[in-house]
Design a protein around this ligand. Sequence first.
Ligand SMILES: [Zn+2]
Length: 188
Amino acid sequence: MPEWKGIVGKGFRADEFDEYVKTVKFDEWKPSFIVLHNTAIPTFADWHKHPGEERMRALERYYRDDNHWSAGPHLFVADDLIWVFTPLNVPGVHSPSWNRIAWGVELVGDYDKEPMSQEVRDNAIAALTSLHWIIGIDPRQIRLHREDTKTTHKHCPGLNMVKDDVINLVVAALTERPPLSVAAPISA
Ligand SMILES: [Zn+2]
């Protein structure tokens, strides 16, 4: 059984998340792009039936104890908070072809069946903007889970998540903020 990497398990408002990513040390691992997912279960309608902290602990049991994985996705984006699950500076487990090279970002909801609320969308764009900005990756490289030829999740992240729309919004948001200085070297 692989060693469980642990979780952060904390929820942040979008502005807090932007501050949080600045505190993460990307010495050991940095991804090349982001893979978008939807939780499907729970649906958005069901998400708030349990507090977010409880959701994080239940997800930890699911990935660690039921699936025997070493980690899960990195973020769960809800309407109120952006939840950090797997630490952002270690590879997660969410998309078989791309676990070593991509962050996994889950949007809370079943986007084959549910419309995406403005709040989830705003938090998703904010979180994706922070992530692309902090390590200087290109949002045009965003991929959908179902684009992974090795996945069995042929619908994730649902028809109501339009990749080009997400990319365009993140590209626009990134033009509003200057690139992070590249002066800080990656070193141990
Ligand atoms: Zn997925």
